[in-house]
Write a protein that binds this ligand. Structure first.
Ligand code: ADP
Length: 479
């Protein structure tokens, strides 16, 4: 039976079917059919969110806590079913799909707790008899625009704090993964959100997303996606003097030093570069390796790549699922061709793979003999493709790691306390990993980067408050 999912606008499920959701592991499998909103529906959703803001922003803490807690509990109780559906529509493995679903439940649980920990400050004024209170208030209508690579975790880490701090929401998920977005909204709606507080507008970025950017009634936009769209969000937001927060690409370095534990380094590289089919903004796409360990490292990574099971995301044995769609597959293959043309040596993989069903299967690709000036070192590929850059020592490794327009995550594999400490202090990235993959972060601490990767306050954990609230300073003269 085909699912027919509608948009949620002002508490009503609305809209005719406009797009199909295809399983990248088996393109004959249609996950469901989804409403595709036009600009008018986007405007209705924004108006509904605006109307709902005054009451929701003043709602009791326990009302907000109850919705977030119930949502967390339902997601956790349904983790296997939701995780499977996520793997089916996005192509990450079952284990990754269930893990991401658990992550979403944990995020809602964290922010349920945060509703009960809201606080402010009270200080004496410099004027005798006057008191000063500093409190935080919701920002208003928040536009949430999300990408396809974390279909439930990214919506969760934006929606949960937005609601906890009293904002109302217009949520536009990526076109490729509407089922996970619909599921999370359905759960929140049934958990008791008043009408208009959370609106779902599935549809095209150029239509629904653009209508959100162009509206003077959207007070803040939280965006995760490409650099190109991020710049549009920024320009439109400045025009409307609204708050905005951008999470975009990465070209994350993993440094491997001569003194590294080889097994740890190989684990970090293979996990960071290839798991989730390399489709993570935190993926390690540049492997920067010093001379003394280079050949042993490359051989060991190749050996691991030979053993990886690439196949249908829903097969429990699969370790790497398919690429998300035809467009992304073409981008990956184009970059593999570019790497070869630039003179890098393809040491492993890079070919299309045939499996039992028609899908976007690609063998993980490893380049060696690359330089940091090559396009494959400078541009985000967003697929299972990584390149090794050989360097002579730690100083050169650090310089190469930092020589990038991006700055999301970075990593180092070393047993030297001196180098690990120096790298933590001098790496130009928002998140730094020592003897850990560059991808894979906790949900209760800040997430975000520097340079071309991110703009605005950090996401997740208590730091999320910076974006989803605005500070008020109130003075009282009591006589
Ligand atoms: P990706 O490469 O991850 O698909 P995009 O930046 O194209 O990156 O997409 C991220 C999100 O931005 C998606 O939800 C997409 O629909 C949305 N989007 C695309 N174009 C626009 C636009 N002009 N205005 C607002 N949102 C957009």
């Amino acid at each position: 039976m085909t699912l027919h999912r509608k948009n949620l606008i002002d508490g009503e499920w609305l809209g005719e079917v406009g797009s199909r959701n295809i399983n990248p592991s088996n393109t004959n499998d249609v996950v469901g059919e989804y409403a595709s909103a036009g600009p008018e529906e986007a405007k209705q959703a924004i108006a509904a969110a605006k109307a709902a803001f005054p009451a929701w922003s003043r709602s009791g803490l326990l009302a907000r806590h109850a919705v977030l807690k119930k949502t967390s509990d339902e997601i956790m109780a349904r983790k296997d079913e939701i995780g499977r559906s996520l793997a089916r529509e996005e192509g990450k493995t079952l284990a990754e799909g269930v893990g991401e679903t658990i992550r979403a439940a944990q995020i809602f649980d964290f922010f349920a707790g945060e509703t009960l920990r809201l606080s402010g400050e009270m200080v004496p004024s410099v004027r005798p008899g006057v008191g000063v209170e500093m409190t935080r208030e919701g920002v208003g209508v928040v536009g949430i625009i999300t990408p396809w690579n974390f279909p439930i975790a990214i919506p969760a880490w934006k929606i949960a704090p937005a609601l906890a701090y009293g904002n109302t929401i217009v949520f536009k998920p990526a076109e490729l993964v509407p089922e996970s977005a619909w599921t999370i909204v359905d759960i929140l709606h049934r958990a008791g959100l008043p009408k208009g507080v959370l609106n779902l507008v599935m549809g095209k970025g150029s239509v629904v997303g653009q209508a959100m950017l162009d509206s003077p009634d959207v007070n803040a936009i939280s965006f995760t996606g490409s650099v190109g769209t991020g710049k549009r969000v920024a320009a439109a937001s400045v025009e409307h003097m609204r708050k905005f927060q951008l999470e975009m690409g990465g070209k994350n370095p993993l440094v491997v030093l001569d003194d590294a534990d080889l097994a740890v380094a190989v684990d970090c590289a293979v996990n960071g570069a290839y798991f989730s089919t390399g489709q993570r903004c935190t993926a390690s796409s540049r492997l920067i390796v010093t001379d003394g360990i280079h050949d042993r490292f490359v051989d060991a990574v190749k050996e691991r790549l030979h053993k990886l099971v690439i196949g249908d995301a829903l097969d429990a044995k699969t370790q790497i699922g398919p690429v998300v769609d035809q467009t992304q597959l073409k981008q990956d293959e184009d970059y593999i061709a570019i790497g070869r043309q630039e003179g890098a040596e393809l040491a492993f993989g890079g070919d299309r793979l045939e499996r039992g069903t028609p899908g976007f299967y690609l063998q993980p690709a490893l380049f060696v003999g690359s330089t940091n000036a090559m396009r494959i070192s400078r541009e985000e590929i967003f697929g299972p493709v990584a390149n090794v850059i050989r360097v002579k020592d730690y100083d050169e490794a650090l310089a190469v790691a930092n020589d990038t327009p991006f700055g999301l995550t970075s990593g180092i594999c070393t047993t030297s306390l001196k180098h690990a400490t120096h790298f933590k202090r001098n790496s130009e990235a928002g998140m730094v990993m020592v003897n850990l993959p560059t991808a894979g972060v906790d949900f209760h601490v800040p997430f975000g980067g520097r340079k071309g990767s991110s703009y605005g306050p950090r996401e997740q954990g208590r730091y999320a408050m910076e974006f989803y609230t605005t500070v008020k300073t109130a003075y009282t003269f009591a006589g």
